[in-house]
Design a protein around this ligand. Structure first.
Ligand SMILES: Nc1ncnc2c1ncn2[C@@H]1O[C@H](COP(=O)(O)OP(=O)(O)OP(=O)(O)O)[C@@H](O)[C@H]1O
Ligand SMILES: [Mg+2]
Length: 310
């Protein structure tokens, strides 16, 4: 979908990040231009070490880009602020605070009056179905419950964008599946904007409007794929052809070697497979997004389309 006339709520412009170490420089990210529409659910996938967390931390203001800029609602990001909520993989609640106090923490730091902060915290705890346990402490909750509190805590600041770095990665499959459904339900009820990092292609397709694929060394955007599935969604979408096609496209970008091997064993010449060359410059498989406040937002591209276009 082309949406050039919609101002993105979040955009990055030429983001690069180089880490220095005793063994030399590591270019974690290079020339990252992405734009996210208000209310959009975008996932970022890519191999381990390709820079997903680095990108999210830069957007959150927890790390500094070596070059480039991040804008949220048109304003440059200069550090952490309440307009970006972050949920991490590990359990990050304050163990010495009750669940209610954990969720009230952000608003209280922003000097929201106690009564108002309490009301807001109870509202967000109710939104994640946990108002009953507001008096308990984190160690008295399951991992899945703690992650729901972490989501409520992030949302209590009423962020413009919710950033989630593998938030369900530490959970068992059943809890993870339940939280995926609850997150989609919450996202639809609240109308929030989410940027979600995951390793899990099923999770990315199930949850997202659009999936951004990062290639590694250096981390750069190699593809952006719209997910053509109706909402509301359940895990039944796994049975749909459009789901399977989207997942296959993503897998081809993430594991081109596997896809090439499969096609080679089927006697198809590699050059005819239409699979991406992740070492190629970022032109054929992606659309440049950021660059201006009115950044153009992408259409879906596939490796096949990309190779046809190149
Ligand atoms: N503080 C740091 N100092 C040096 N190198 C770093 C630092 N943080 C990250 N890196 C390097 O930057 C690259 C990207 O790391 P990052 O954690 O963003 O990857 P990731 O895609 O989130 O990986 P994973 O999927 O395993 O979480 C890696 O090569 C990593 O070693
Ligand atoms: Mg990471």
């Amino acid at each position: 979908m082309t949406a050039g006339n919609i101002n993105p709520v979040l955009s990055t412009h030429g983001i690069g990040r180089t880490y220095s170490s005793a063994h030399g420089n590591v270019i974690a990210l290079e020339d990252i231009d992405v734009a996210v529409r208000p209310g959009e659910f975008v996932s970022i996938i890519g191999a381990s070490g390709c820079g997903k967390s680095t990108l999210l931390r830069i957007v959150a203001g927890l790390d500094r880009a070596t070059c480039g800029e991040v804008h949220v609602a048109g304003a440059p990001v200069v550090g952490p602020a309440a307009d970006r909520g972050m949920v991490f993989q590990g359990y990050t609640l304050f163990p010495w605070l009750s669940i209610l106090s954990n969720v009230m923490f952000g608003p209280r730091m922003r000097r929201v009056p106690r009564r108002e902060a309490r009301k807001s915290a109870l509202h967000w705890l109710a939104m994640v179905g946990l108002e009953r346990v507001s008096h308990l402490f984190p160690h008295q909750l399951s991992g899945g419950m703690q992650q729901r509190v972490a989501i409520a805590r992030a949302l209590a600041n009423e962020p413009k964008v919710l950033l989630m770095d593998e938030p369900f990665g530490a959970l068992d499959a059943q809890t993870r599946g339940n939280l995926q459904l609850q997150l989609m339900d919450l996202w639809q009820r609240v109308g929030m904007t989410v940027v979600f990092v995951t390793h899990d292609l099923d999770e990315a397709v199930l949850l997202s409007d659009r999936v951004i694929v990062l290639g590694a060394h250096p981390g750069r955007v190699v593809a952006e794929i719209d997910v053509p599935l109706a909402r509301p969604r359940t895990h039944d979408v796994y049975l749909e052809r459009a789901y399977q096609q989207t997942k296959r496209q993503l897998r081809n970008w993430i594991c081109p070697d596997q896809a090439r091997d499969a096609s080679t064993s089927a006697s198809t010449p590699a050059r005819d497979t239409g699979l991406p060359d992740l070492n190629a410059p970022r032109t054929s498989g992606t659309r440049a997004l950021g660059g201006t406040a009115a950044a153009h937002l992408p259409e879906s591209r596939t490796p096949d389309e990309a190779s046809g276009a190149s």
